[in-house]
Design a protein around this ligand. Structure first.
Ligand code: NDP
Length: 326
């Protein structure tokens, strides 16, 4: 058995937190030989509900759960961290547009970035889920100069999983038979799910599904899936978001299999013509805890225009929070 690792979850009493914590404690993310100490952060009004979640975690008697810290102080919750899931974020209300959301959530991530800088291990793996996750990750990274910017990721794995699910359904396969499905760009409806480079059962997806379906129904279904689930269920897609967060962190922790890539929103250094200095989802391979952007993929004009549009949106988001990137 390994030494326990310290894993933080923010917004721990929220919907995604509730779906995430029990899987972390059961070993679904870091493996069956890795004990963990959960360090849970909530805002003061959420502390009562968090107490209930902590009671349930204890009642589940997970053998791998070696400790629980619950706090409304990030300097306590982020002490000596090995990994962090930054989920807590103010949800968008009806009268708010994306720019308002960015302005409201930005300062939260400045504070949390600073607390990570002051308390976490410099090797900490930080996955931002709270929206707008790409730009929130950028803000947190800027506030944490002692932690390399490679250690801040944002989650587009849910978009990848949704895209794989749609292709698998269309072709009558299981999602595990669909691979190398890259999400490019922002976790918003401008993201580009790249069906051109995806493989299903070892064959080219685009040949199997047809370009018209890929550019039409597939793109529309994947980019509007969150809204469709809210309409159908009357509540947001918290369980699949939590599951995708587990998938992202497990891939970061364990690495990608030979010949396979996955989607992670990471710091751009100008790859594929994407502006440097934004957190952009790329296809990556992971080895020894380090994500490397897959090189040499060739895009047609359609894909290039999609990638340019989502990059432009992220550049605008960066402009909107320029005062927080100091
Ligand atoms: P959720 O747990 O459902 O969602 C949390 C965040 O994840 C939101 O930003 C949400 O964005 C985002 N998200 C990403 N992908 C998805 C997806 N597929 N489905 C749903 N959400 C997704 O929110 P709750 O309101 O239930 O819980 C949030 C918790 O965070 C609360 O307990 C609250 O107390 C806490 N909080 C903490 C803050 C802080 O740390 N300072 C500030 C505000 C809240 P989107 O809104 O776009 O769906």
């Amino acid at each position: 058995m390994n030494e326990p690792i310290r894993v933080a979850v923010t917004g721990a009493a929220g919907n995604i937190g509730y779906a995430l914590l029990f899987r972390l404690a059961s070993g679904s993310c870091f493996g069956p030989d890795q004990p963990i100490i959960l360090q849970l952060l909530e805002i003061p009004p959420g502390m009562g509900a968090l107490e209930g979640v902590v009671m349930e975690l204890r009642d589940a008697a997970f053998p791998l759960l070696h400790g629980i810290v619950a706090s409304d102080d990030p300097n306590v919750a982020f002490k000596d961290l090995d990994a962090a899931f930054l989920v807590g974020s103010r949800p968008r209300s009806k009268d708010m547009d994306r720019a308002d959301l960015i302005k409201i959530n930005g300062p939260i991530f400045t504070g949390q970035g600073k607390a990570l800088n002051d308390n976490a291990k410099p090797t900490v793996k930080v996955l931002v889920v709270g929206n707008p996750c790409n730009t929130n990750a950028l803000i947190a990274s800027h506030a944490a100069p002692n932690i390399p910017n490679t250690q801040f990721h944002a989650m587009t794995r849910l978009d990848e999983n949704r895209a794989k699910g749609q292709i698998a359904k269309k072709l009558g396969l299981s999602p595990g038979q669909v691979g190398n499905l890259a999400i490019w760009g922002n976790h918003s409806n401008t993201m580009f799910p790249d069906f051109y480079h995806a493989k299903a059962d070892g064959k080219d997806v685009v040949t199997a599904v047809g370009e018209a379906w890929g550019q039409g129904e597939f793109m529309k279904t994947v980019s509007t899936r969150g809204k469709a689930i809210i309409v159908a269920r009357g509540a947001s897609s918290a369980a699949s978001a939590a599951s995708a967060a587990i998938d992202h962190m497990r891939t970061w922790w364990d690495g990608t299999a030979e010949g396979e890539f996955s989607s992670m929103a990471i710091y751009s250094n100008g790859e594929y013509g994407v502006p440097a200095g934004i957190i952009f989802s790329f296809p990556v391979t992971v080895k020894d805890g380090r994500a490397s952007i897959v090189e040499g993929l060739v895009h047609n004009d359609y894909a290039k225009s999609k990638i340019a549009a989502t990059a432009a949106e992220l550049s605008q988001e960066r402009e909107a929070v320029a005062d927080l990137l100091g």
